[in-house]
Design a protein around this ligand. Structure first.
Ligand SMILES: *[C@@H]1O[C@H](CO)[C@@H](O)[C@H](O)[C@H]1NC(C)=O
Ligand SMILES: *[C@@H]1O[C@H](CO)[C@@H](O)[C@H](O)[C@H]1NC(C)=O
Ligand SMILES: *[C@@H]1O[C@H](CO)[C@@H](O)[C@H](O)[C@H]1NC(C)=O
Ligand SMILES: *[C@@H]1O[C@H](CO)[C@@H](O)[C@H](O)[C@H]1NC(C)=O
Ligand SMILES: *[C@@H]1O[C@H](CO)[C@@H](O)[C@H](O)[C@H]1NC(C)=O
Ligand SMILES: *[C@@H]1O[C@H](CO)[C@@H](O)[C@H](O)[C@H]1NC(C)=O
Ligand SMILES: *[C@@H]1O[C@H](CO)[C@@H](O)[C@H](O)[C@H]1NC(C)=O
Ligand SMILES: *[C@@H]1O[C@H](CO)[C@@H](O)[C@H](O)[C@H]1NC(C)=O
Ligand SMILES: *[C@@H]1O[C@H](CO)[C@@H](O)[C@H](O)[C@H]1NC(C)=O
Ligand SMILES: *[C@@H]1O[C@H](CO)[C@@H](O)[C@H](O)[C@H]1NC(C)=O
Ligand SMILES: *[C@@H]1O[C@H](CO)[C@@H](O)[C@H](O)[C@H]1NC(C)=O
Length: 488
């Protein structure tokens, strides 16, 4: 009776919160893409009187099937449910578990591959950016850059199909106008000149303190949730552990991204979802974000290269470059390559009472949110604003705004422009000054490769034959690669 009463009260509370609280917006890297909420009160709209004349995006691949390690966890949960040697019952939000089957029906082919939701997210970004910027008139073409693993290339290809639309032929692929420069993925010999630059920084893994920090936090909250679920909803000889709770948390976002099933999202309370999210924040903050002293180091050359392109402006090639990138500079990569960009830019790392992130207390005030950055198809974008018709909110000039998942992020000490943007010349100086904070790539990373110095300069955006000149990758014409099976 007591239990029933308690459950009823909790259900009412949950119903009241349901409209406001969406677990998928607190699922870190497992969440399908969603727009992050505005930050620091900065509006998302392009400031009045300004146009974006150039933009650079660094994008995580779209929603995918699990990696083999996570998949093993799903199967182990499934086997425990199916193979319990004695009878048990599960009720309430767990009732579905008796008949639940993991959402992977072709295990040999699906691990790590883009899901249908991931393909949709990628296509939608293409449509969105074409319409937002209007950089590419009908008949125009676009070259994008992508780390070489299948799910990343598939994201780039789906993006191009959405972006080019009428330039995407099925029956005569040689007419297509999209090209993907497929870059070696997770190798160390490309040093910084890569979209998986942390692999070129030998010290990076030494700076990764995410394991112990996340474990300390998991040991606090996961057993508490397991105990609540076991006491409220499980009878018989079955009991969930902290690691089951971890798997259930991942299955909220992953199931939504694989086949649209959101039943796992109903298992935790809002406060428990915030605990789950915080574990992901610790993982990325200390693993690949500002809490790893070598994360910013490894991404700085990429950030510098983008900053130089924004200073040069659209339609300009940088010496000794041979290629003029489109005003829309698109790069596709992995989750762990986005937080280093945030670290290189010095964002989300304010010291006001919050940093470093505690491994025992969730700080509600922290800026660093994995859910707002490394969700599937999450991104960091840098937009160059040309504000030529001054209005109440804009002054004539050229400015830069940085966004994560659509929300502009203030650049520390540089928010004097329209929409809290940073004047271009100040931005350029700011990026240059960040090198002293994060350290020069070769020396700080202890990259002792013979050709490391060359690799510490990112030039792939401006190099006509970057991939071919040193056999570093391949260029895939949209559609043609699909037909001949390139890019595995
Ligand atoms: C249950 O246990 C058996 C024997 O260990 C195993 O073959 C099977 O795959 C397990 N899982 C399910 C869902 O039956
Ligand atoms: C567009 O295609 C032309 C002709 O092949 C090429 O010279 C140019 O570099 C391409 N531009 C982009 C941005 O891919
Ligand atoms: C594809 O388009 C090219 C260029 O217009 C043309 O030369 C070629 O004949 C076409 N191929 C086919 C199979 O239609
Ligand atoms: C948790 O944080 C405290 C305080 O910073 C630190 O002393 C401790 O070593 C951390 N625990 C782990 C397991 O990293
Ligand atoms: C499961 O529920 C059924 C129906 O309420 C009940 O008869 C049975 O005893 C329960 N079994 C366990 C192990 O709790
Ligand atoms: C409960 O299950 C465990 C393992 O599945 C088994 O070893 C144990 O004997 C069971 N206990 C009872 C009371 O059935
Ligand atoms: C993050 O903030 C801490 C504390 O101020 C600082 O030591 C560290 O260098 C910052 N990290 C980055 C990447 O800027
Ligand atoms: C900004 O746009 C205006 C109007 O198109 C143009 O005349 C001006 O040259 C642009 N400024 C810069 C810095 O590109
Ligand atoms: C890089 O790691 C080495 C240990 O392999 C260490 O001696 C060195 O100080 C590190 N570099 C920096 C800048 O911390
Ligand atoms: C740098 O890395 C090399 C291996 O590549 C190692 O032998 C050397 O001890 C490291 N030096 C420092 C200062 O970290
Ligand atoms: C890359 O990693 C391999 C294997 O750890 C190592 O032998 C090699 O020296 C590394 N190369 C560079 C350029 O760091």
């Amino acid at each position: 009776m007591k239990t029933i009463l308690f459950s009823a009260v909790w259900l009412c509370a949950a119903a009241a919160l349901a409209s406001a609280f969406n677990p998928l917006h607190h699922s870190g890297p497992a969440a399908p893409y969603f727009d992050a909420p505005s930050q620091a009160g900065i509006p998302k709209e392009i400031p009045e009187g300004c146009v974006v004349d150039q933009a650079a995006y660094i994008v995580r691949h779209g929603a995918r099937y699990p990696e083999p390690g996570s998949y093993t966890g799903w199967i182990s949960l499934y086997n425990n449910l199916q193979n319990s040697s004695t009878p048990y019952n599960v009720s309430g939000p767990l009732a579905f578990l008796k008949t639940w089957v993991p959402p992977v029906d072709d295990p040999a082919h699906m691990p790590l591959y883009l899901s249908g939701v991931g393909a949709l997210e990628s296509f939608q970004l293409g449509v969105l950016l074409r319409n937002k910027y209007k950089f590419t008139p009908g008949g125009g073409n676009l070259t994008v850059w992508s780390a070489g693993q299948e799910r990343v290339l598939a994201t780039a290809a789906n993006f191009l199909r959405g972006y080019l639309a009428q330039g995407s032929y099925v029956n005569n692929a040689t007419l297509n106008r999209g090209s993907i420069v497929s870059m070696p993925d997770s190798v160390n010999w490309t040093s910084a000149d890569s979209l998986t630059f942390t692999n070129g920084c030998p010290n990076y893994s030494k700076g990764d303190k995410s394991g112990p920090m996340k474990s300390a936090w998991s040991a606090l909250w996961q057993p508490r949730v397991a105990a609540r679920l076991n006491s409220l909803y499980v009878t018989g000889n079955l009991s969930f552990t902290g690691s089951d709770v971890s798997v259930m948390g991942d299955l909220c976002g992953f199931s939504a991204g694989v086949d649209g099933d959101t039943r796992f999202c109903d298992i935790f309370t809002p406060s428990e979802w915030l605990d789950y999210e915080y574990g992901n924040d610790l993982n990325y903050y200390y693993g690949s974000g500002p809490g790893n002293p070598f994360a910013g180091t490894s991404a700085w050359p990429l950030v510098k290269s983008i900053s130089d392109l924004l200073v040069a402006g659209p339609g300009k090639t940088l010496a000794p470059g041979t290629f003029t990138p489109s005003p829309l500079i698109m790069s596709f990569t992995h989750d762990n390559d986005l937080p280093p960009v945030i670290a290189a830019l010095g964002l989300w790392n304010s010291t006001v009472g919050v940093y470093p992130l505690s491994n025992s207390t969730r700080s509600p005030d922290r800026d660093f949110r994995s859910s707002y950055l490394v969700s599937f198809r999450g991104y960091v974008a840098l937009e160059r604003l040309n504000c030529s018709s001054p209005s109440a909110s804009s002054r004539k000039g050229t400015y830069v705004r940085v966004q994560a998942n659509s929300a502009p992020i203030p650049i520390p000490g540089c928010t004097s422009g329209p929409g809290s943007s940073c004047p271009l010349d100040e931005f350029s100086a700011y990026v240059q000054a960040r090198q002293a904070v994060v350290g020069e790539f070769v020396s700080t990373c202890n990259n002792t490769a013979a050709n490391a110095t060359q690799g510490a300069v990112v030039d792939f955006f401006m190099n006509e034959d970057w991939e071919g000149s040193m056999s570093r990758g391949q260029r895939i014409l949209l559609g043609v690669g699909d037909l001949v099976g390139l890019g595995s």
